[in-house]
Design a protein around this ligand. Structure first.
Ligand code: FE2
Length: 341
């Protein structure tokens, strides 16, 4: 990690201020914005190394200003028909953790206090995804660095914590950062099954695998993705301000149009992507994807949704780039949700 060279910066600024003072005193000029511009220009003429030194010292500051995201946490949606959305979300595998007449928080079986929030509204809209940041300093940095960012505010959602919300600078969709949530106990664990193959057998004799029919219990949020109107600008914004790093970039006719981004956490293992975006004529969320335990549970959930009469979008299948098993479903409220391994 780069570190800002603050002592060098202060020495350089002091030298330049003394030079500015001597120069202005010599010419007997008054301090006003016009003369200051002339004097600044004079510094660059008489001291051409100044700009080089200034940029070389400041560049580590720019790199250090990346806001460090730890993991994806939850998503927000608004639904005009909250009751219909609620029934689908239960069939999809979420569990209610907090509910009022107009707002429902759902959790998975993992330690996140909630992974999905839906609110009653006049129309179906996407309320943005939230990422956990590494420290309070990251939240403070977000308030100063991100255009239109909110002040730090207390979350009233399950798990609490402090948040900052900003809006995508091009397409305006909300994006949330959270720190200090209280985790919850895992509610359910599942066995890691032994699988038999034609020429190698791993399941002990007399050991059976029994399953429960029903929704596929959600473990946690895996990723979300959206259509943006300016791909290059989005890639620049999210990889400059955050530790997002493309795992794969898709191009068409020599032009980059889609990015699947992971979080750069050094040696820590991370998912192939937690945020993807592709270019299109109008912003919209594409889907949010949630993780389930294994392939068996994914198929049980698939069958449950078929029986309930919901519309499958694509799946079950396996992606090429990230190798995840996927199963996309149209929620009956115009959004797409997927489950994946
Ligand atoms: Fe996906």
């Amino acid at each position: 990690m780069w570190e800002a060279d603050y002592p060098s910066l202060l020495i350089l600024l002091r030298v330049e201020l003394e030079f500015l003072w001597l120069f202005s005193a010599h010419l007997k000029v008054e301090y006003n914005p016009h003369n200051l511009s002339i004097l600044s220009f004079a510094i660059l003429i008489f001291e051409p190394n100044f700009l080089f030194y200034f940029l070389s010292i400041m560049s580590p500051l720019v790199i250090e200003r990346k806001i460090s995201l730890k993991r994806i946490a939850h998503v927000y949606y608004t639904h005009a028909d909250l009751e219909k959305a609620h029934q689908f979300l239960l069939d999809f595998g979420f569990s209610v953790t907090q509910q009022t007449a107009d707002e429902i928080y759902y959790r998975g079986s993992g330690t996140e206090p909630f992974v999905y929030c839906t609110r009653r509204g006049s129309e179906n809209t996407f309320g943005g995804a939230a990422f956990v940041v590494d420290s309070m300093e990251d939240l403070e940095l977000a308030t100063k660095q991100l255009p239109g960012a909110s002040e730090i505010y207390e979350s009233k959602a399950p798990g609490g914590g402090k948040c900052v919300t900003f809006h995508d600078p091009t397409d305006g969709f909300p994006f949330h950062l959270v720190y200090g949530q209280s985790p919850v106990e895992m509610t359910e664990t599942f066995p890691e099954l032994d699988y038999n193959f034609p020429t190698s057998k791993h399941r002990p004799v007399g050991k059976y695998q029994r399953f429960r029919k029903g929704p596929a219990p959600i473990h946690k949020l895996g990723h979300f993705g959206c259509c943006v109107t300016d791909f290059a600008k989005a890639l620049e914004f999210y990889t400059t301000n955050f530790n997002f790093k493309p795992s794969d970039i898709v191009h068409d006719k020599g032009r980059d149009i889609t990015a699947f981004c992971h979080l750069d956490r050094g040696d820590e293992m991370v998912d192939h992507h937690c945020f993807f975006f592709f270019e299109g004529p109008k912003f919209h969320v594409h889907h949010s994807s949630f993780e389930v335990h294994d392939f068996d549970i994914q198929l049980l959930g698939h069958n449950w949704l078929v029986q309930k009469g919901y519309e499958n979008c694509w799946g079950v299948g396996r992606h090429v780039m990230g190798s995840q098993i996927f199963d996309y479903w149209y929620a009956p409220v115009t959004e797409t949700l997927s489950v994946a391994d």
